[in-house]
Design a binder for this molecule. Structure first.
Ligand SMILES: Nc1ncnc2c1ncn2[C@@H]1O[C@H](COP(=O)(O)OP(=O)(O)O)[C@@H](O)[C@H]1O
Ligand SMILES: [Mg+2]
Length: 304
């Protein structure tokens, strides 16, 4: 995919003289290829989207597809409306989407061209060590959770399901991920039947809002000690807010100011103790990260 990006294609796309373009290596396996482009008139980011072809195989996108009806073409087509919604609700800057194409014609995969926002990529450390950022993160999530939905599904709601269907869909997603992606893992296989039974019997979550299950520091930019923008938001779905808070709890080391920011923005903070354990099991299957299951299940409880 990298070889497909050439100066002349970029010039045709932008209709501007390209001065420089470079591939941004994130240093970890990622699903998109990101390019910085500098022209005479400005700076842009080109994201070539890799998960279109493999979203039915990898755990994360497949899990979103099974549980929420997330679908790459529908989501990419809805990104502009989503960014307007998140901006309005969350008072958050998001990059302007300048062009996108769901076909493979230009770069061999779908792409999105967006404005480049100034700022530094946030590290997990920044969100833990910097109280201000920890608070702003909570404030943003709290604002987003003020918007209530009566169905869950994808963000455009072109796929939606009744709230009482959540436990069964959740159990089915666990089964699918476990059998097809974790079939060789003896620890997961041993625990599966117990978790599947518990998944079917969970009390259907009550509050549904836009949630992002890979939300965390690296998806934001910071500038002058402030969150400057949310730059990566393609995994948003409409889902239970306690699931997102459980995911955030796994990614943070300190939660006090996050919680304060959330409550300042929202008025209350969701109780997550009922479903935390099974959500952690689900998130472990979803992330397929190189951690131990027990470390994930026993991670510190920040939001009690
Ligand atoms: N609009 C943007 N403005 C500035 N930098 C960006 C922008 N979009 C992406 N980046 C840079 O590219 C990195 C990866 O982008 P991201 O959208 O998170 O890709 P991935 O899907 O690989 O997570 C970001 O951490 C940031 O450094
Ligand atoms: Mg990202």
């Amino acid at each position: 995919m990298k070889k497909q990006v050439t100066k002349s294609k970029l010039q045709n796309l932008l209709k501007e003289k390209v001065l420089d373009f470079k591939y941004l290596d994130p240093g970890y396996p990622n699903s998109n290829w990101v390019w910085h482009i500098k022209t005479q008139r400005g700076k842009y980011i080109l994201k070539i989207i890799g998960y279109f072809k493999k979203y039915k195989k990898g755990c994360f996108w497949k899990g979103l597809n099974y549980l929420f009806g997330w679908n790459p073409i529908k989501e990419l087509t809805y990104q502009e409306s989503l960014s307007t919604l998140l901006n309005k609700l969350g008072k958050m800057r998001l990059p302007k989407i300048l062009k996108y194409d769901v076909s493979n014609s230009l770069f061999g995969a779908p792409y999105m061209l967006v404005e480049k926002i100034n700022g530094k990529t946030v590290s997990e450390e920044d969100f833990n060590l910097n109280d201000n950022l920890n608070y702003q993160f909570g404030y943003y999530i709290g604002r987003i959770h003020t918007k209530k939905y009566s169905c869950f599904g994808n963000v455009s709601q072109s796929q939606k399901y009744k709230i009482n269907e959540f436990p069964q869909r959740f159990a089915d997603t666990l089964i699918e991920l476990a059998n097809h992606n974790w079939g060789k893992d003896t620890i997961i296989m041993k625990l599966m039947s117990q978790y599947i039974n518990r998944a079917k019997d969970i009390i259907a979550p009550k509050q549904f809002a836009p949630i992002m299950l890979d939300i965390g520091a690296p998806q934001f930019l910071i500038n002058n000690n402030q969150i400057a923008a949310l730059i990566d938001f393609d995994s948003y779905v409409i889902g239970p807010i306690d699931l997102e808070i459980s995911a955030i709890e796994l990614g943070l080391k300190k939660g006090g100011l996050f919680k304060k920011g959330y409550i300042d923005a929202n008025g209350s903070f969701p109780a997550i103790s009922n479903n935390r354990n099974i959500y952690r099991f689900f998130l472990y299957l979803l992330y397929k990260a190189p951690w131990k299951l027990e470390d994930c299940l026993n991670a510190p409880l920040l939001f009690n």
